[in-house]
Design a protein around this ligand. Structure first.
Ligand code: NDP
Length: 478
């Protein structure tokens, strides 16, 4: 017996008994719903589908794969999750100090070594009323998942004030780690009073001239360690009882904000060139609304002391089901618990190692997705020659430390295959092409600039799913 088989057999017997009690309690109709014959003649089967690749998703995948179940992780809009947006992590057990990106790359490499397959795509639709569960990706692929671990995390909130959308990417952003270097010598504000606001201000302090943190209450809720750190940085100032009511600009870029002082009840205008939002997060659970129990804030409701949800075979882990601790280590722990819950579910319906092996020919194979290598611009001369040689060009201005840029690269590569011979795709590393960054006034990345006959015609910033970007690109071919 190999190690994988021993591990699976142990888990099978150890958990099946405990799970049996619950399963019988649940209802007799469950066994009809999770009938293994439903898997006959189905393609794109996935024994364990993990949606999200933060600490929760990665840790879960490591466990399900080690137990012996083929596991696919959908990386989502922000591969590696929120940790890739911070700099150093000092509270991950066993690591004195590690970059968020490095930690997440290590986790992915560890999971990959046990056979986990990571896909650069996201789930756009889920149907939990049928089994196997149907999950649709942004490229239209429909997966038939025997089990799902929802590890979708949470997304940064926005203020919903005038000017915010208008100047999004033109001075308004949520990612200091991506964009701080574009604010060299400038005056900026950070909005929020939590650890993220403190973290953003610290990131910015190496570049910006001045950073004012605007806190709506009379105190910050960031940790003492963070507050002590902030107090030592001379170009950071904290102002309390301040609410931003409007973001203004010259149509091209932010140049001022209106600040309301909720103590003195006065409004004041402040000239600034950057607004960094750090006001908390919303759980990413929309596609499951109405299909599993969510609380009034949209967080997934877990059952008992487990990671199981109101739907058998669907577990949740991380920030989408945790409005209290919201720590990477906790999310990873949730992921491990979710993996064990899912393994016990599979065992209980008869999907053991031997059965799982029989499914292999009908399993989804992500290696069949087509990607092509994209020309990388080394200097302005190369860019100018290229833009004059091609009727329609799309340039991806990115940074190596920018997580959304990393997320968009596979999408960009897949589209370059789709639009081959129609649109020229190039990538421009903003860290190596200062002159192009200046010429195209790139102040937020990723930034996608479309040129027609050598001239810029349109641009978009940030994350976009493949279909949305494809539809956008089609408009330049008319
Ligand atoms: P939090 O929810 O902790 O803080 C959000 C902040 O934004 C609060 O100060 C809140 O104000 C303020 N806020 C919310 N809405 C508005 C609004 N409309 N206008 C103005 N201000 C607003 O979120 P964080 O992202 O900071 O942190 C989330 C979790 O991640 C926390 O548990 C944190 O500890 C953790 N974290 C840890 C880090 C680390 O250890 N290195 C780094 C970053 C985050 P109010 O207080 O008035 O509600």
């Amino acid at each position: 017996m190999n190690n994988k088989k021993i591990a699976l057999t142990t888990v099978f017997f150890a958990i099946a008994f405990g799970f049996f009690t619950y399963f019988v309690k649940c209802s007799n109709s469950s066994s009809a719903f999770y009938n293994l014959s439903n898997l006959n003649n189905k393609k794109n089967l996935v024994p364990v589908l993990i949606i999200g690749s933060g600490p929760a998703g990665n840790a879960a995948s490591l466990y399900t794969a080690r137990i012996g179940y083929d596991t696919i992780v959908l990386k989502g809009d922000l591969p590696g999750g929120q940790l890739t947006q911070t700099s150093y992590i000092e509270n991950w057990p066993g690591e004195k100090k590690i970059l968020g990106n490095t930690l997440m790359n290590n986790l992915e490499a560890q999971a990959t070594s046990f056979g986990v397959k990571f896909i650069s795509d996201k789930a756009v639709k889920a149907d939990l009323a049928v089994w196997p569960f149907k999950v649709e990706l942004s490229d239209g692929t429909v997966l038939n998942a025997l089990t799902i671990i929802i590890a979708t995390g949470a997304t940064p909130k926005i203020l919903k004030i005038p000017g915010e959308q208008e100047y999004w990417g033109k001075g308004v952003t949520t990612c200091a780690i991506c964009d701080a270097r574009f604010y060299q010598g400038r005056d900026v504000v950070v909005i929020g009073g939590g650890d993220s606001a403190a973290e953003e201000a610290i990131q910015l302090s190496a570049y910006a001239n001045s950073i004012e943190i605007l806190v709506r209450k009379d105190k910050m809720r960031a940790s003492k360690a963070m507050l002590d750190h902030l107090a030592k940085i001379p170009n950071i100032k904290i102002s309390y009882n301040k609410e931003v009511k409007k973001i203004k600009g010259d149509n091209k870029h932010v140049n001022a904000i209106e600040i309301y002082d909720n103590k003195t009840k006065t409004t004041q205008e402040k000239s600034i060139e950057g607004v960094f939002l750090a006001i908390g997060h919303e759980p990413n659970t929309t596609i499951f609304k109405g299909q599993i129990d969510l609380d009034s804030n949209g967080y997934i409701v877990l059952r008992d002391r487990s990671q199981t949800t109101s739907m058998l075979g669907v577990a949740a882990a991380g920030d989408n089901s945790d409005n209290k601790y919201r720590q990477a280590g906790v999310a990873a722990g949730d992921g491990i618990k979710a993996a064990l819950d899912i393994a016990s579910f599979l065992a209980s319906i008869g999907v053991d190692f031997d059965f799982a092996k029989k499914l292999k020919p009908d399993q989804y194979d992500p290696s069949k997705k087509t990607n092509i290598e994209i020309e990388s611009i080394k200097n302005k001369f190369q860019f100018d020659v290229m833009k004059n040689k091609n009727k329609v060009v799309i340039a991806d201005f990115y940074g190596t430390f920018c997580p959304p840029c990393k997320a968009m690269l596979p999408v960009f590569e897949q589209l370059s295959a789709q639009f081959v011979d129609k649109i020229k795709f190039v990538k421009v590393n903003t860290e190596e092409n200062d002159d192009l960054v200046m010429e195209y006034r790139v102040s937020r990345i990723p930034c996608f600039v479309v040129l027609k006959d050598g001239k810029e015609v349109e641009r978009k910033y940030g994350l976009m799913d493949k279909t949305k970007m494809a539809n956008w690109l089609e408009t330049f071919l008319k």
